[in-house]
Design a protein around this ligand. Structure first.
Ligand code: BGC
Length: 360
């Protein structure tokens, strides 16, 4: 079985009865469903025609949000009065597959990007199925849009669950992409927030030409790819985006795979499969098919004997001294990581489409 079919099989086999996608079935702290991972997985399922799988995820995700309408309204009201959010005033980033907050673990749960990604993924679901979104999903989407509108300018943990004191460029991109998507499927008017987001991104998150991880940093983070793909805050060939991709290639790609950011030490800071796919996705959308193929080949070369794609591989480590302690504590990197398989499916779908086009 090729990796494309195997990836679909792995995602379907691990989707819970509730519709939730666990981040990874074999890694103790990843048995939860994240909005970020799940929304990309649902998108990949829509691309490959597995609409029932994505429908079930969105149903789960909307139910989790609607059950927390009071929390969201409280957070929005506090933001309006410039009050800090406390203990239970925010949406967690990940939930048990039954839709509950994870208990007993101190996790950096205050993250906003996954909810923007969910709005984007909902719109993609509608586009790919041609079916109008369920009224309850739209209620949830409106709650999420209100929540993001109220909170985007405040610091939150980034998509890697770190740096809680900053406003993150990738998070802003995901929120921008989500609000544009919400306008598209709901007719909502987010123009004022979108203009403020764009202005913040252009004036505060660029240095020496390229975008940076967060205002004040001069480093890139591979998640900045999201500015162009899939959130389309800027064009693929926007000068700032071209400089950002050049920086990612120069500083985050020592071998064939892509690192998260230069000082990442999680598992020693290895090369991430899903980020290598993300770069390939950017190349494919830009028509750089040779570069895309090289990146996809690298990903395929790292599939395990069981046909699994891990989160990261310990190659060209940023900080080799950190690898041993992480491995001693948690074992190998999470594998299979469903988000890695999803990103591979996105690339492989686009690659096959492009090669069919060129054959015709
Ligand atoms: C990553 C997150 C991801 C989570 C589950 C974390 O290590 O930093 O981006 O959502 O794992 O895959």
């Amino acid at each position: 079985m090729d990796l494309y079919d195997r990836s679909i099989e792995i995602i379907l086999a691990n989707q819970a009865h509730s519709g939730a996608y666990p981040a990874s079935p074999n890694f103790p702290t990843y048995r939860y469903s994240w909005y970020r991972d799940g929304s990309y997985i649902a998108y990949a399922m829509d691309l490959v025609g597995e609409h029932d799988s994505s429908r079930r995820f969105h149903q789960w995700a909307a139910t989790v949000v609607n059950a927390r309408a009071d929390t969201i309204r409280r957070a929005v009201a506090k933001a309006a009065h410039n009050e800090p959010l406390t203990g239970s005033d925010f949406l967690h980033t990940r939930y048990t597959i039954d839709g509950n907050e994870a208990s007993g673990e101190n996790w950096p749960d205050y993250q906003l990007d996954g909810f923007g990604t969910w709005l984007w993924s909902l719109n993609e679901h509608q586009r790919h199925t041609g079916i109008e979104l369920d009224a309850k999903w739209r209620t949830a989407a409106t709650l999420v849009a209100d929540y993001l509108t109220a909170l985007w300018a405040r610091p939150s943990y980034d998509c890697w669950e770190e740096f809680p004191d900053n406003v993150h460029t990738h998070t802003l991109a995901a929120i921008h992409g989500g609000l544009v998507a919400h306008q598209a499927f709901d007719g909502a008017d987010h123009r004022m927030t979108l203009a403020a987001l764009s202005e913040f991104i252009e004036t505060k998150t660029r240095m020496n030409g390229h975008y940076v991880k967060f205002p004040g940093s001069d480093a890139v983070d591979a998640s900045l790819l999201g500015l162009a793909i899939p959130y389309r805050v800027v064009d693929l060939d926007h000068p700032g985006m071209l400089d950002t991709v050049a920086q990612i290639e120069a500083t985050l790609r020592k071998g064939g795979g892509v690192h998260r950011y230069p000082t990442d030490t999680f598992y020693g800071g290895g090369e991430w499969l899903l980020l290598t796919c993300w770069l390939a996705w950017y190349y494919l959308e830009s028509g750089a098919y040779g570069e895309a193929q090289t990146a996809i080949d690298w990903v395929e070369a790292h599939v395990t004997a069981e046909g699994h794609l891990p989160e990261q591989v310990p190659e060209n480590l940023n900080d080799p001294a950190c690898y041993g302690p992480w491995r001693e504590r948690w074992g190998d990197s999470a594998s299979p990581l469903l988000w890695s398989h999803a990103m591979y499916l996105v690339c492989e779908t686009l690659r096959r489409h492009a090669s069919k086009q060129s054959a015709n």
